[in-house]
Write a protein that binds this ligand. Structure first.
Ligand code: PGA
Length: 253
């Protein structure tokens, strides 16, 4: 399987900054072997159009950080898959922990988004992860299984090649996050992979499972060395193109 490297720019970078970032990242990564690596960036909605016009998406895939589960209708403030596809965006994220904790989204909402994305021929990056309380209670695996089973419940098995998973423990994300011990991440990834096998048989093994949450130069190599970790989904450490490139090089050594 390829190694996946992606970043979510969250509510950072305006149009101009996004364009500069992508141009620099494209320049730095132009010789990276795309047979072996998949690189993606999720800019803000307002930067997507400019991003799409300055990026060769066969080299750097662009995606949205969120999406509505309907094609159109009375959904004030939402963005439909058709609007994204109009801009040439074929990848969308569902279920980032900030959507779940700050905006009240739950597994059922994420399942509708994932299903709509794949129905539209888009790829869905479904994010799952346990909270600190759930970890402390020793129910991380149960939580991940529920998030996976519910989140994927409306995705037909033949669309599974359009699903990517990101495991992001909630307690490890962002400025106050504690980086997960790679051994812990490895065990959680194994149980995610087992659940995918249980759900889809052999086809489940083809679903890439990325790790995210305080990935940095110090822990990236050890994380990516785990066979059950297929890629890294990076926030802060990737928001400067040069730093992101260095981190990828470290992993590809
Ligand atoms: P972080 O963000 O790397 O800054 O912790 C990860 C994420 O939110 O996906």
């Amino acid at each position: 399987m390829k190694l996946y490297f992606g970043t979510n720019l969250k509510m950072y970078k305006n149009v101009c900054q996004t364009r500069d970032y992508l141009k620099r990242l494209a320049e730095l990564t132009k010789d990276m072997d795309r047979q072996k690596t998949e690189l993606f960036v999720l800019p803000s909605y307002t930067s997507l159009s400019a991003a799409a016009s300055c990026t060769d998406q066969s080299l750097i895939r662009l995606g949205s950080q969120n999406m509505c589960w309907e094609e159109e209708g009375q959904f004030t403030g939402e963005i439909s898959p058709l609007m994204l596809k109009e801009l040439g965006i074929e990848l969308t994220m569902a279920g980032h922990s900030e959507r779940r904790t700050l905006f009240g989204e739950d597994d059922r909402v994420e399942s509708k988004k994932a299903a709509m994305a794949v129905r539209q021929g888009m790829t869905a990056l479904l994010c799952i992860g346990e909270t600190l309380e759930q970890k402390t209670l020793g129910i991380s695996r149960e939580v991940l299984r529920i998030q996976l089973k519910t989140g994927l419940s409306k995705v037909e098995p033949e669309k599974l090649d359009k699903i990517w998973i990101a495991y992001e423990p909630v307690w490890s994300i962002g400025v106050n996050g504690i980086p997960a011990d790679p051994q812990y991440a490895r065990i959680m990834h194994q149980s995610i992979k087992e659940c995918l096998l249980e759900l889809y048989g052999g086809a489940g093994a083809q679903v890439p499972v990325l790790y995210g949450g305080s990935v940095n130069m110090e822990n990236a190599r050890e994380l990516i060395a785990c066979p059950s970790i297929d890629g890294l989904f990076v926030g802060r450490s990737a928001w400067q193109a040069d730093a992101f490139y260095k981190l990828m090089l470290e992993c590809l050594k």
